[in-house]
Design a protein around this ligand. Structure first.
Ligand code: NIG
Ligand code: FE
Length: 420
């Protein structure tokens, strides 16, 4: 058996449990001083405080009296795509809105052109570099969506690239089918036909190959209506894919209400979420997956996170990494904005980027907290408390990342000023 003992943890901060935490419980975390964690064959075997027993043959990792948290869960990314879209910066600066760029055949549709032109290997290698960077920031589990193919062949190629990466990169990936990310140009005048293609060909093909766990839809003005979204997500359900919805990102057209009604695992963005959407998600047990870096990048408002916590909706937060509305891989920045813009406490933020993120992607039984039975996924921070990592901005403070009991040193974090 391979044993790793992480000792000399100044402060261990973690939510507890195997399900999303909501309301007051979102901010109730376990704080253990002078702690240690024993990982056996990649799984946490014991957690304690005081002087640990060192089993014969164990590897020992000294946390140097620093803060340790669970590995971060990035529950919403568009990890795999061809090209970038830096050309859109000039349009943004001229004030052209995000949905106008898309309506003119740019935005998501220009990434579709680049993705269709790329091989599975090219897509995977590009995403691998992104995953390396995410791991260095403390992300140990990551959801990854398709959605830049918009035809069966390319959507499956994206999902196969995700599967190949999951097998070869330390970060664990959870795949989501997002064929309903935009209406492809060739179906511009044939919306109903594309919805049929999604339901009758693409979803069954992705499910038959076991390539996706979730089915997502961009429910938005000019993209898919709430009714189309319902049809697509019901088809996904019939093939064993749990629903997720990009809802109320720009306009509230019923996405958050549908999320609760259909029992979606999560609804994403929710910038314009109305009170009835919050009530519907609370009733349906849907996790609100908020993406504050996208609000920042689009110059948009911030989702009503405090209202969601107040209504008993579990809040998760993620990067939304994608080439258009958020080319950012850094969950630490997400944590900063969670405090400063959503007015969540550092404790609520920690739950949002660990356990609630895990719940949003169906992984709360194996990751998201530091407890026996969960994967040995942890971050040793160049910090002594949780306030510090939510307060510092723009640095990488993840000093050492442990994934399934394997150690990944982050030399930048170690060199940083750190500490209080
Ligand atoms: O979550 N809103 C839809 N999808 C992505 C953006 C994708 C893109 O612009 O390429 C998002 O923000
Ligand atoms: Fe997204």
């Amino acid at each position: 058996m391979k044993i790793l003992l992480i000792k000399n943890i100044g402060l261990l901060a973690t939510p507890l449990g195997s399900a999303a935490r909501s309301g007051a419980a979102q901010g109730e975390i376990r704080l253990l001083r002078d702690a240690w964690v024993r990982v056996e064959d990649g799984v946490i075997a014991a957690v304690g405080s005081g002087a640990p027993e060192v089993p014969a043959g164990a590897g020992v990792l000294d946390a140097g009296g620093k803060l340790v948290t669970p590995g971060l869960v990035d529950a919403h990314t568009h990890l795999v795509f061809g090209g970038w879209r830096q050309n859109e910066l000039a349009l943004k600066l001229r004030g052209v809105p995000y949905l106008d760029i898309l309506a003119q055949g740019g935005g998501i549709l220009s990434t579709v052109t680049a993705t269709r032109a790329a091989s599975q290997e090219e897509l995977a290698e590009k995403a691998r570099a992104a995953l390396d960077e995410m791991l260095s920031f403390g992300t140990t589990t990551c959801e990854a969506k398709s959605g830049y193919g918009l035809d069966t062949e390319t959507e499956l190629r994206q999902l196969r690239a995700i599967r190949a990466l999951d097998g070869t990169h330390p970060v664990d990936l959870v795949p989501t089918f997002l064929g309903a990310h935009a209406l492809p140009q060739e179906y511009r005048e044939r919306r109903a036909e594309y919805v049929r293609l999604l339901c009758e060909e693409m979803i069954p093909a992705a499910a038959a190959e076991g390539l996706a766990r979730f089915c997502d839809v961009f429910c938005e003005t000019g993209v898919f209506t709430a009714e189309e979204s319902r049809t697509i997500l019901e088809a996904g359900k019939q093939h064993g894919l749990r629903p997720k919805i990009h809802a109320d990102e720009i306009d509230a057209i019923g996405g958050s209400r549908l999320a609760g009604e259909i029992g979606a695992a999560s609804a994403e963005h929710l910038i314009a979420c109305p009170p009835e959407g919050i009530a519907s998600m609370a009733k349906g047990g849907t996790v609100a997956c908020l993406l504050p870096c996208t609000s920042f990048y689009l110059g948009a408002a911030y989702a009503p996170a405090r209202e969601m916590v107040g209504a008993g909706v579990p809040v998760a937060m993620a990067t939304d990494f994608n080439p258009g509305s958020c080319p950012c891989l850094n969950m630490q920045l997400v944590m900063n904005l969670g405090c400063l813009k959503y007015r969540l406490t550092p404790e609520e933020v920690l739950t949002a980027v660990t356990l609630n993120g895990a719940a949003a992607i169906g992984m709360a039984e194996s990751v998201g907290s530091v407890e026996p039975g969960k994967l040995g996924d942890l971050v040793i921070w160049e910090a002594e408390d949780l306030n510090y990592i939510c307060y510092r901005m723009g640095s990488s403070l993840a000093r050492t990342v442990v994934k399934r009991g394997k150690i990944y040193e982050n030399t930048v974090g170690r060199r940083g000023p750190g500490g209080n």
